[in-house]
Design a binder for this molecule. Structure first.
Ligand SMILES: NC(=O)c1ccc[n+]([C@@H]2O[C@H](COP(=O)([O-])OP(=O)(O)OC[C@H]3O[C@@H](n4cnc5c(N)ncnc54)[C@H](OP(=O)(O)O)[C@@H]3O)[C@@H](O)[C@H]2O)c1
Length: 316
């Protein structure tokens, strides 16, 4: 089968299109998906999974058709159904013509969008949902700052927060994306290139940061004394994964702060499918690359200032 591989080390990765890899066989209750399209989150290239897997196949988000089940599968799906899926962070290997999924990773694909568009959604949708629901625990009436608001995760987060009652959504984005982010429901948009943006928004209940680094350092100035900061920006902060305390917490001792790795959740994918098909959640705009141009696709996905999420297409 066709599969993308990331060879080399994390410090010097090389992306290849391999046309002759072994097709996986589903075991237990696994589901084999014939992948039509697979999304790329550019920073995945610094995630450890592709380097740890023997196949070196990256990728956690796919859209395609159910091809086969493991012998113990007894769930509701049938062969031939169109589905989209998030493959667990530790397993991945979605950027291939065939990918193995577990039942809790798969949901029916939104009917109103293409496979390429559906493949762009699982990571942004689940990351935004998990950040806001499980980690930030947002409630009606809160003031929420979302950084990287024009990015894939940010676009989903802005929409999910804005759809709740009485929320005040502040988005951090570049000036060229103001209109787009406002159109998604943001009430205020701040330009990350203007100096002192962090002083223009104060007393925020929740920060959802999708950028990290300097931006994450600055949001401590915006959050309420007893507010919450949730971050997924890569590289992860030094305090993530049990790395001790954030330096800023000394001056903000009551602020709760969390970093997490997104988990599979078929129910939330299903909820996303319903919202997309009902028109209450907007899809991401995508730029597709054919499988043979995986290297170019990854290079583009890693560039700044993109308008679209990058997707590799395996089947037209
Ligand atoms: N921990 C997890 O489970 C998890 C899950 C999903 C994603 N992530 C991470 O979350 C981040 C966002 O993912 P994504 O898919 O939304 O990426 P994306 O589509 O590339 O969006 C990134 C956004 O951040 C902005 N940005 C980048 N660098 C910035 C900087 N220095 N200052 C201000 N804004 C900056 C970009 O703005 P421009 O358009 O101006 O470049 C863009 O709007 C990535 O690092 C990704 O690896 C982690």
């Amino acid at each position: 089968m066709k599969a993308v591989q990331i060879l080399g080390e994390v410090s010097s990765p090389e992306v290849f299109s391999n046309w002759s890899m072994e097709k996986p066989i589903p075991e237990g209750s696994q589901i084999l998906i014939h992948v039509h399209a697979a999304g790329i989150t550019g920073d995945e290239i610094i995630w450890p999974e592709p380097y740890a897997s023997p196949t070196r196949i990256p990728g956690h988000e796919i859209s395609g058709v159910i091809s086969e089940f493991g012998p113990d599968y007894n769930g509701p799906f049938t062969v031939g159904q169109e589905v989209f899926a998030f493959l667990d962070a530790e397993r991945g290997q979605g950027q291939a013509e065939y990918a193995i999924c577990l039942p809790n990773e798969v949901a029916l694909k939104p009917k109103s969008i293409s496979h390429a568009e559906a493949a762009s959604l699982p990571i942004p949708l689940l990351t935004a949902r998990e950040a806001l629901t499980d980690h930030a625990r947002i409630q009606s009436g809160m003031k929420v700052l979302i950084t990287g608001a024009s990015g894939a995760v940010g676009v989903m987060a802005v929409q999910l927060v804005a759809s709740m009652d009485g929320m005040h959504v502040v988005a951090l984005a570049s000036a060229k994306n103001y209109e787009m982010v406002k159109d998604l429901g943001a009430h205020e948009v701040l330009d990350y290139n203007s100096s002192g943006w962090e002083r223009e928004v104060q007393e925020v209940d929740v920060v959802f940061d999708t950028v990290g680094g300097d931006v994450l350092a600055k949001v401590w100035e915006c959050v309420k004394d007893d507010g919450v900061i949730v971050t997924v920006g890569d590289p992860a902060p030094t305090w993530a994964f049990g790395g001790g305390q954030a330096a800023e917490s000394v001056d903000h001792p009551k602020v709760r702060y969390e970093h997490f790795i997104v988990s599979p959740n078929a129910e939330w994918l299903e909820d996303g499918r319903e919202k997309i098909d009902a028109g209450s959640l907007r899809k991401l705009s995508v730029q597709t690359f054919p499988f043979g141009q995986a290297k170019e696709a990854w290079a583009h996905a890693r560039s700044r200032g993109r308008k679209d999420k990058v997707v590799i297409v395996f089947e037209d």
